[in-house]
Design a protein around this ligand. Structure first.
Ligand code: ZN
Length: 240
């Protein structure tokens, strides 16, 4: 059995569809979403519908939460603020209810999923180094946990110490724990514009990060046509 684990879709339907198609070709039959389905790009409703169609486990991301609040967006940077105002206007009450009811942390089979961190999942802080990863490992009760939020794929391993690895594939070993950032499907920020997600092969006990080409031009055209900030289209090509 193979799981496709994706998140930070951020309303980029072209990237999300490419991920799902690639996952199917790789033999993935199960799907899991690490949150931030909406925000930034032009298809929040369509991406939500696709996730719901899959009927897969989902956790809430900070943009999913922000999209259902009515509070002021003054704390956000101007780009994020404009995108979030647009997103709020383009979600119907039923879609908002779905986002509202998402949990912050879930266990799926023998692994855990969370959007940001396991130590303070609702504070939306970032795991950017091994010390941040160590804090999450203290609250990780399964061998394997998948997360997102930084839009940068990364595999942290806890053996005698906690270290990230450079490789994009890992063989799971007994006695070790794994905290794995699946990267962003819809808005990668590691300098590589291609959609990112992870495959967990249960029989082989491997996890691998995948990078997928998609119709980026189409996604960019939609962002501009929707009246969203042009910079949001431009940054997709930069992968940041
Ligand atoms: Zn995000």
């Amino acid at each position: 059995m193979k799981y496709a684990i994706f998140g930070d879709i951020h309303a980029n339907l072209e990237a999300f569809e490419a991920v799902l198609e690639h996952a199917e070709q790789q033999g993935c039959t199960e799907h899991v979403c690490t949150g931030d389905i909406v925000g930034y790009a032009a298809n929040p409703g369509e991406c939500l519908a696709k996730v719901r169609e899959l009927g897969c486990p989902v956790v809430k991301g900070n943009h999913d939460e922000e999209a259902i609040l009515t509070t002021s967006l003054d704390g956000l940077n101007p780009l994020a603020k404009q995108a979030m105002e647009w997103t709020r206007e383009h979600l119907n009450p039923e879609e908002q209810d779905f986002l509202r009811n998402l949990k912050l942390v879930r266990q799926v089979r023998d692994f855990t999923i969370v959007h940001a961190t396991l130590d303070t999942p609702g504070s939306w802080t970032y795991v950017t180094n091994k010390f941040d990863a160590m804090a999450s490992f203290s609250y990780q009760f399964t061998q394997l946990c998948f997360y997102g939020h930084t839009h940068t794929p990364r595999i942290y391993i806890k053996g005698d110490s906690v270290e990230p690895i450079e490789e994009t594939t890992v063989n799971l070993e007994m006695g070790r724990k794994y905290f794995i950032n699946v990267g962003s499907a819809g808005q990668p920020r590691d300098g590589d514009w291609r959609a990112s997600y992870a495959i967990y092969d249960v029989e082989e006990q491997t996890v691998s990060i995948q990078r997928i080409d998609y119709d980026i031009q189409k996604a960019q055209d939609k962002i501009i046509a929707a009246g969203l900030p042009e910079m949001l289209a431009h940054r997709l090509s930069l992968g940041k």
